[in-house]
Design a protein around this ligand. Structure first.
Ligand SMILES: *Cc1c(COP(=O)(O)O)cnc(C)c1O
Length: 221
């Protein structure tokens, strides 16, 4: 692959920095390099270029891939998580850094009773009006979870509009007020290949970029 991943990573990093500067922010958001469907070799190339934070959507794929990579990778799980896969995920990926897709109290409880992690939420998801209740549950009733923030995928086709980003930002404000937390302590995970610069300008602290770094995904039918 001739350094293509490293080059793309550098480009995305530069675009993130520029977007942060345009938005008057003092530092760019965290970049989650989304490696779903891509081989461990591609992730290794990004790792060798200095990147450490990676995202995956499928439990089995992550459980297979993570052990093939250095232990100081920080994995974010960004797919829909079924309660019956929690144990497999947590045991299979000791270096899981963040779960971005906690979308029900049931799942939060299951995670809480299974091990210590960090929490957040998404598209399978939770309605904006229900964000406060779920965040409160995670924050106040799940003593092994740490509420990290909120996450959106945008529209069902994964495109996003400014309204989607604004909506997530409004949800964070409501959650912060309800829980008595500073807004800055809650992350906004938003922005993917097609719209991460706009997401940064609207306050994203965590962008999830896949195809722009690793190339288009090919799904077998
Ligand atoms: C696949 C995926 C991404 C990355 O999408 P790209 O458009 O390839 O950047 C980000 N977030 C989630 C939840 C995804 O499933």
């Amino acid at each position: 692959m001739g350094g293509e991943v490293a080059t793309a990573l550098q480009e995305v990093t530069a675009r993130l920095a520029a977007a942060a500067t345009r938005a008057g922010r003092d530092r760019p958001p965290r970049l989650v390099a989304v490696s779903k469907t891509k081989p461990a070799e591609a992730v290794q190339e990004a790792y060798e270029a200095g990147h450490r934070v990676f995202g995956e959507n499928y439990v089995q794929e992550l459980v297979d891939k993570a052990p093939q990579l250095p232990a100081d990778c920080a994995w974010h799980f960004i797919g829909h998580l079924q309660s019956n896969k929690v144990k497999t995920l947590l045991e299979g990926v000791p270096n899981l850094a963040m779960l971005e897709t906690v979308d029900s109290e049931k799942l939060a409880n299951k995670l809480d009773s299974t091990v210590n992690t960090s929490g957040e939420e998404s598209k399978y998801g939770v309605e904006p009006k229900d964000c406060v209740a779920l965040a409160r549950h995670i924050h106040e009733s799940c003593k092994h979870l740490r509420l990290a923030g909120l996450m959106t995928i945008g529209m069902p086709d994964y495109s996003s509009r400014p309204e989607n980003f604004q909506c997530l930002s409004d949800c964070r404000k409501a959650v912060a007020e309800a829980l008595g937390l500073p807004e800055a302590e809650l992350e906004l995970s938003m922005g993917m290949s097609g719209d991460f610069e706009q997401a940064v300008e609207m306050g994203s602290t965590n962008v999830r970029v896949g195809s722009t770094i690793f190339g288009a995904r090919v799904y077998k039918s």
